[in-house]
Design a binder for this molecule. Structure first.
Ligand code: ZN
Length: 91
């Protein structure tokens, strides 16, 4: 289990980024909203979407839930998803 937080402020593209506690890209404490303790970023994003319509997992700490991705990142993400196939939580 890990604590998940969502940034109250939006990214340039309008998404609220979801972080796992301890991520270096987390905003300052005033800027985050505590979501809860979750097994993975999947339920954390679900919870965040109740509060903010547009959310996305942080590329660095919640890669599995990161939707925005360029060509290189996509390749990496596919590899990771493949590697995690057995342990990945069901959506
Ligand atoms: Zn993060």
């Amino acid at each position: 289990m890990a604590r998940y937080y969502v940034n109250r402020s939006t990214q340039a593209d309008g998404d609220h980024e979801v972080h796992r506690y301890g991520c270096v890209y987390m905003p300052s404490p005033e800027g985050w909203l505590y979501l809860g303790d979750f097994e993975s970023c999947v339920p954390a994003i679900k919870k965040a979407k109740v509060v903010f319509e547009h959310c996305d997992g942080c590329y660095y700490c919640s890669t599995f839930c990161h939707a925005r991705r360029g060509p290189i990142k996509t390749h990496r993400l596919v590899e990771r998803r493949h590697a995690r196939k057995i342990t990945a939580p069901s959506l």
